[in-house]
Design a protein around this ligand. Sequence first.
Ligand SMILES: Nc1ncnc2c1ncn2[C@@H]1O[C@H](COP(=O)(O)OP(=O)(O)O)[C@@H](O)[C@H]1O
Ligand SMILES: [Mg+2]
Length: 317
Amino acid sequence: MSTSVADTAKGAAGGHETAARAVSLVKTYGMGEARVVALDGVDVSIGRGRFTAVMGPSGSGKSTLMHCLAGLDTVSAGRVWLGEREITGLNDRQLTRLRRDHVGFMFQSFNLLPTLTAEENITLPMDIAGRKPDREWLREVISTLRLGDRLRHRPSQLSGGQQQRVACARALAARPDLIFADEPTGNLDSRSGLEVLQFLREAVDGLGQTVVMVTHDPNAAAHADRALYLADGRIVDEMARPTAESVLERMQIFATGPKAAQPLPATGAGPSPNADSNPAPDPDPDSDSDSEPPTAPRPATDPPTGPASSPDAPRNG
Ligand SMILES: Nc1ncnc2c1ncn2[C@@H]1O[C@H](COP(=O)(O)OP(=O)(O)O)[C@@H](O)[C@H]1O
Ligand SMILES: [Mg+2]
């Protein structure tokens, strides 16, 4: 049995490899009265080979955190590392290259080019970079995502779930160090969404990838090894081995009032920040599907957002 999940809590104590890290990260938008503090001193480490969910109400800074960690956006203060490399201070050209070589992205809107086939979409980032895909890896990704018989199709000939699987394959194709997914199931029906989540899980367990997924859906977060909670631009809590029930419970505590919850002084610090934060740990984290399927309603704290976040679009939710 894989020990990656079992080691999660111990690994959080520190000393294990991080795929991305931020220290005292601050991001503000605008000036004067229009100034918005999107991130207000975030310290976070993303474990390599792990699946991390980033949760929180609309406007809490989830997308901003993802963009800052991925080098899609500059920071106002603080420092960010991708792997061993500090990215704060890099210029646009250096950031572009770093993203191209080390980061894969998935968004709520699949962002596929309509005139290209599925296969062409999958290899597009590498084609642009002038890199030859590793054919064996690509075959593995395509078969994992069950896209073998869809490669010649254009996006319009594919279902939403299939399109997101193509986007997932595109994110994986260059074998990035880190995949960032911003509400990747937000536009999918629950069944296609579940498939995409299972593929992301498989990318971590089977292919050794690192995934950071922004979501406000407890059912989606339950696929992750760890859930981080953002509120007003700060990480206010985290949970190892989240289940849909425990995530929902936590969200309700936060929705009821900040006093009800005990924010942690620092994420990932201390020997076992989650020791008592998960009142009913699932003895087997992979057995979610055996228990009662969570049918929790969407929490009222984060209504479904409008247009998908994209690096260039204004983000208001
Ligand atoms: N490009 C931007 N310009 C101005 N404000 C922004 C921009 N992007 C995000 N914000 C603001 O920053 C805060 C955090 O936004 P965001 O990271 O998109 O939150 P989330 O993804 O959790 O919904 C919000 O108040 C949002 O309105
Ligand atoms: Mg967002």
